[in-house]
Write a protein that binds this ligand. Sequence first.
Ligand code: ADP
Ligand code: MG
Length: 261
Amino acid sequence: MSRPVLLAVRSLGKSFGGVRAVDDVSFDLQRGELLAMIGPNGAGKSTCFNMINGQLSPDTGHVLLDGKHIGGRRPRDIWKLGVGRTFQVAATYASMTVAENVQMALLSHASGLFDFTRRASTLMRDRALELLELVGLAARADDPCSILAYGDVKTVELAIALSNSPSLLLMDEPTAGMAPRERSELMTLTRRLAQELNIGVLFTEHSMDVVFAHADRVMVLARGSLIADGTPRQIRDDPRVAQVYFGSGRLMEKVRVNNHG
Ligand code: ADP
Ligand code: MG
């Protein structure tokens, strides 16, 4: 039995001046699925993400979430419909605790949604602890963010991204700047959350090791166009991908392929 489609992207296009940053891109994503979008710098990945999260309006095409058109809507409206995204918490307040940082994020999102019978700070602390529990950082809740390892800061970002109980999670380069082992841990956690919470996850990632080990499916974008969409194994063995993206197939021989693909 095929699962219902969560995200349907159809003929999506965006130009900047003369540059076709995204050109006629179509794909589906299901709940529980971890889908990687890879491609060289400038391929159009971020532009694609930003048309899904509402930062950019598409020139052409449609974005449907659970069958509902969201293309061209405002970021906040799209967020409210259940599209979460990771933000770089470069602005993390280092002197505040981990829990306080998550509470800040929750408070900034929750205007108008308060239960005024309770103090907002208390309410948000419960939710913050719940989210930290989910990502395995509950034990660090009262530590100042300044003493966290970089990988743990990125995990706090993931907790914050889950604050609206999203059905779709967008992660544009979530592991940027992380050491290889941290990358793998964050993606292992993301995979577990995708399955446990039944969330569809779309992510970009530079490390091919990470992509092939963790993604259920991989799409390859080159100069704005999707040139391949398949399991890690299919992508690894696709000569067009090796040619267009990698230049040669050598890199591909080293990578592990997960058992899901
Ligand atoms: P990627 O995330 O795959 O590296 P981007 O989506 O950031 O690629 O960029 C795709 C293309 O669109 C590039 O040629 C880039 O220079 C161009 N581009 C992206 N954003 C803008 C913008 N706001 N204004 C002008 N050109 C842009
Ligand atoms: Mg980008």
